[in-house]
Design a protein around this ligand. Structure first.
Ligand code: T1G
Length: 697
């Protein structure tokens, strides 16, 4: 096994080099190696200073996440960190890439820190349902103050090196070879007689900080914005301990809070999705070295809401993008929408005016599709009609250069049919963005029968460049996410007819953790859209599969949701706050009568089970058909495209946590009571029979 830690002597300076690819994660071997190295340098009288740096692309990126949930093995990270800080010889951490989590905690225990200009530092543990458990909550406030520490630890967001210098986290920037810079800095320390500067010995806040007020304000903010999450409040409590307790007791309190987070189901769910995101990039049968088509320029056909959002995704990452519309007025409206979106970000302070102008400079409106002749990739986001797509793809086939990737943003049409509108179906792929496309992270990459391996790999790689969570899916009605959400929404409407109100259904699912209730979502996207999709599905219904009728009644009454001021809810004078729709109860009585049932009270638990188990049952069917590669891909789709609560890990991780035997038993009961829609998925039955989980697939 290659050495993960090496120590070199450069005169009276010891250079400790870490080499544990891919990200120098602080697994057992590295912790033990570092502890031994620091003990050796401490014992060596000839050593007067220590430099710590990492080989490869980054400084240590944290604890080894794969170790969580397994028995802890000594030496622990806190033990290592304390040994580093206690050393009698000054140590310098040389940071490049990303010093994250335990990696930054190791750097904070070093007495000095220098960094490359492109480096970033952060404590992202909260994103994994944890908190910095090796002194980060106690040492960061001592360097950057309570306000900055709270912001970094509760958000988990990294900061750049220059800002880290401003905050006192990094001492200075370097612009030379890591080892040279580290050795030069260490020799300066020796020459200036500067010894250990222990972060733990500093006061735990900046002089003028009102710690109690800062802690209370952050606590209130977290309770309001992330009520369902377990670890953010414990992050606040750990920082609060730093403001009140001596270091040793603060570290003890931090360990207690860390253990609480480690033991929580939320930690397991959030780490599941961390690895799920990385797993999704691996496609069975697609070699990791599949050649990629470079996307140096793009074009979007259609400047509607989706088209503009998609175009911004490219501009946001520096890819020049053309936006094609049919006439000047439509094009101006599209460009104005783009300018307004960026301007709103500038006014919110999340985008600089300079970045706005740079991005707008990458966006070029065009009216003639001849302008698409040189682009590497075109995405159409035109009206969801096969005839319109046929016309568009026939034109793209005629004007685009050979090798251009031709993509459709269709959410419900057959990609194979669309590909057949061209002479180059192997270059056609689906790129299904979710509205608003420039915000939602999910990208369903739809692989057609003819889509080549190169085009699929290029589309997945593009997804990562666009900072999306790209998930490869097969062709079927609704692909994966929408196909499942159809079942979920249908159950929500059936529940209305059986006795629930829109407010009760939506609240039950919001209480479960969904970002929005299913009926509010329908009102937002428009009941005319839902109605059109449903009419398209009607001919494919299987025997016994009936449809709720309340949507038809609302549609017939011109109640289309927010766009018409009334749908499942009424929106008074254009306000977005939903009120009851007084016309709905009569419609629900009529719908119930049509089904020959009497409406009656329903429990929230029943509502949640009916909606979620419909998702799970459909997902099992999708997996069995091979439309999705793995259960964790489906979890990612719901976590990143449908507002599924992050701390529950996705519908299938949640199903496993409930126990599939229980889930199947309830689905069988629903099948008895509600008929054909609840036919248990054969895969679910097989898993239960074999005592396996979705995670075992
Ligand atoms: N542990 C184990 N494996 C890791 C890892 C980690 N910390 N970070 C990345 N990997 C794997 C990843 O699964 C992938 O594997 C490969 O490395 C490349 O990752 C006590 C408790 C560093 C910004 O949360 O944010 O410290 O798929 O594809 O896009 O206080 O990885 O190749 O087999 O993401 O260039 C806190 C998590 C841990 C940082 C690089 N640290 N990592 O991004 O590569 S908890 C984190 C990242 C902790 C202490 C606490 C990113 C990255 P494979 P990648 P990338």
């Amino acid at each position: 096994m290659p050495e993960v830690v090496r120590v070199e002597r450069h005169g009276d300076v010891a250079l400790i080099k870490v080499d544990n690819p891919p990200v120098n994660a602080l697994g057992l071997a590295l912790r033990a190696g570092l502890l031994a190295a620091f003990r050796a340098t401490e014992a060596d009288a000839a050593v007067r200073a220590v430099v710590l740096l990492c080989e490869g692309r980054t400084f240590m990126a944290g604890a080894d996440i794969k170790e969580f949930g397994k028995p802890a093995q000594a030496p622990s990270l806190p033990e290592l960190v304390e040994a580093i800080e206690a050393a009698s010889k000054p140590s310098v951490a040389v940071i490049h890439g990303s010093a994250l989590g335990g990696g930054l905690e190791v750097a904070l225990a070093c007495h000095y820190r220098i960094a490359t200009t492109t480096a970033q530092v952060g404590l992202p543990e909260v994103k994994l349902g944890l908190l910095p458990g090796a002194g980060g909550t106690q040492r960061l406030p001592r360097l950057a103050g309570v306000a900055k520490a709270l912001e970094m630890i509760v958000s988990g967001a990294p900061i750049g090196a220059a800002q880290a210098v401003e905050q006192g986290i990094v001492d200075e920037l370097l612009d030379s070879d890591l080892a040279d810079a580290g050795l030069a800095y260490a020799r300066r320390l020796i020459a200036e007689g500067r010894g250990p500067r222990r972060t733990g010995e500093r006061q735990a806040h900046l002089p003028d900080e009102d710690c109690a007020a800062l802690i209370a304000a952050k606590h209130a903010e977290v309770q309001k914005r992330q009520p369902g999450l377990f670890s953010p409040l414990r992050c606040v409590a750990a920082v609060e301990a730093a403001t009140r307790l001596p270091l040793a007791e603060g570290l003890k309190r931090e360990r207690e809070l860390f253990q609480e987070c480690l033991a929580s189901a939320q930690r397991a769910a959030l780490i599941h999705s961390f690895f799920a995101e990385r797993e999704a990039a691996k496609i069975a049968g697609l070699p990791a070295d599949t050649p990629l088509r470079e996307v140096r320029s793009a074009a979007v056909v259609g400047g509607g809401t989706m088209g503009v959002g998609i175009a911004l995704c490219f501009a946001n990452v520096g890819i020049p993008v053309k936006l094609l519309e049919i006439d000047g007025a439509a094009l101006e409206r599209a460009l104005q929408r783009a300018r307004a979106i960026y301007q709103a970000s500038v006014e919110r302070g999340s985008l600089s005016a300079e970045a706005r102008d740079k991005r707008l400079g990458l966006l070029q409106g065009v009216l003639d599709d001849a302008a698409l002749a040189d682009v590497d990739l075109v995405i159409e986001a035109v009206f969801e009609s096969l005839e319109v797509k046929r016309q568009v793809f026939a034109r793209l086939d005629a004007v685009c250069k050979p090798g251009a990737i031709l993509a459709s943003n269709t959410s419900s049409l057959d990609l194979d049919q669309i590909a057949a509108f061209t002479q180059r179906p192997q270059d056609v792929v689906g790129l299904h963005f979710f509205s608003p496309a420039n915000v939602m992270r999910l990208l369903e990459v739809v692989r057609g029968k003819a889509t080549s391996a190169e085009v699929l790999a290029s589309a997945m790689h593009l997804g990562k460049r666009l900072k999306k969570v790209a998930v490869a899916v097969g062709v079927c009605d609704g692909f994966v996410g929408n196909r499942m959400i159809f079942q979920y929404g249908r159950q929500a409407e059936f529940l209305l007819e059986e006795g629930a109100s829109p407010a009760q259904v939506d609240k039950a699912l919001r209480d479960f953790g969904m970002a929005m209730g299913p009926l509010a979502v329908r009102d937002l996207s428009g009941l005319d859209i839902s109605h059109a999709i449903r009419e398209g599905q009607r001919p494919r219904l299987k025997p016994g599969q009936t449809l709720p009728t309340v949507l038809d009644q609302l549609f017939a009454a011109g109640m289309l949701g927010q766009k018409s001021g009334v749908g499942f809810y009424r929106y008074q004078d254009g306000a977005r706050a939903p009120q009851d729709n007084p016309a709905l109860p009569a419609m629900l009585e009529q719908a119930a009568a049509l089904r020959g049932i009497r409406r009656q009270p329903l429990s929230d638990e029943h509502i949640v089970e009916r909606c979620l188990f419909a998702l799970i049952n459909e997902a099992a069917q999708i997996l069995d058909e091979g439309i999705a590669q793995r259960a964790s891909d489906i979890d990612l789709i719901f976590l990143n495209g449908y507002g599924f609560p992050s701390w529950r890990g996705g519908p299938l991780f949640y199903a496993d946590s409930l126990g599939l035997e229980h889930v199947l038993q309830r689905i069988r009961e629903f099948h008895q009571r509600f008929g054909a829609w609840w036919q248990p998925a054969p895969l679910l039955e097989r898993l239960v029979a074999e005592g396996r989980r979705f995670a075992d697939l």
